[in-house]
Design a protein around this ligand. Sequence first.
Ligand code: ATP
Length: 450
Amino acid sequence: MSDNPRPFEPLRDLQTLVSLSKQRGFVFQSSEIYGGLNSCWDYGPLGANFKWNVKQAWWKAMTRRPDIVGLDAAILMHPLVWKASGHVDGFSDPLVDCRDCKNRFRQDTALVDGEVVCPKCGSKNITEPRDFNLMFETYMGPVKDEAGIVYLRPETAQGIFVNFENVRVSQRKKLPFGIAQIGKSFRNEITPGNFTFRTREFEQMEMQFFVKPGTDDQWFETWKETRWQFYRNIGMNEKKLRYKEHGPTELAHYAKAAFDVQYEFPMGWQELEGVHNRTDFDLSRHQEFSKKKLEYFDEQSKEKFIPYVIETAVGCDRLCLALLCDAYRDEEISKEDGSTDRRIVMGFKPEFSPYKVAILPLSKKDPLLEMADKIYQDLIPHMEVEYDESQSIGKRYRRQDEIGTPLCVTVDFDSLEDESVTVRHRDTMAQDRVNVSQLFNYINEKLVNF
Ligand code: ATP
């Protein structure tokens, strides 16, 4: 985010963001007119643009380099994939019931001094834990029987592992190389919540980097650094980011080492991304279950081995949420008469703003609307542009601030005479007069150097 000249309050609670998101069209509750569906959210017009921009930033960072290629695998996969990956047997949370109030909850989230206490009623009269598998099941084909069971993937990674050979051979890739993918995952989470932070349907941005065993520790460090640099590059507040290492008891069954990138959300420090050394676990298991060779022949050393995998896995929705939290500012503005006012600004880096420019004709008189429309038509092939002719100009500026539009172009009566428009900057609130013939270059230059 660019440095801000005014005092401001950051986001203190998620509810403020939930309200803003609904009011301005970033995120709506799923199926709201039916009372909503718990933990499912829809991205509105602004949210859809914003999320798209976030994916683009990640996709570019991953695939615009010679050693990583992209993939877009199907959500439904052969059921044996999930046997091999360990998800059928091991992807579960321990659930307990409170015998007093019948509340059902995750055992590991309700430990107080080593004892399980019901978070609802405080009772310690709790059942033994039972494992609850987090995978959604459905049936493939017309008959609903055991043989037709398929799962909605709980992670995108397995689509990459099972395509390792296809990608390697078709792209003539040599180690080390990576495969990146963005796609939906589904987990029947027991305790979803905190807006879009933990949901049952979400999008992941995962990259699996295949390396020679023995070089994995070094690559793990490299990816830790690379991912940190990514968050710096996209303008996140570094003070709200940290790395946290998984202790031996927290490591997933497949992992040799794992670090979480954590972000300080309003509800505290929480995982944003995982960087994992998955060893040769997944490829070995797929080799075993599929009976297809997934070994790699290293021409230099003439060795055959199963590659190790360094994984970086971030939730797209979680990153969107972190960026929304990071961008929010409740600012104090000093007015010319000495009084103060407040405004809400979403201080996105322009690359993430749902709209880069808003065109605002000062009045609804025909010649102004015509000129404004012409400017809109000229800009729209090149960037996301909003056009707004309703309400007072002050209110329109405030709305654009709240959705994070970096530049507003106001067409006024003088514009008809001098062929110039006023361009107002979101962060400084400064205004420049710019000739329409120069506008496109001016906007591009400002967006790059915002
Ligand atoms: P958590 O401990 O938060 O449940 P995890 O360690 O199980 O997450 P991974 O399996 O490593 O998560 O998934 C990689 C990333 O996918 C996470 O860092 C997170 O950003 C995202 N993610 C995982 N589960 C969810 C979910 N239920 N809702 C939204 N994003 C999720």
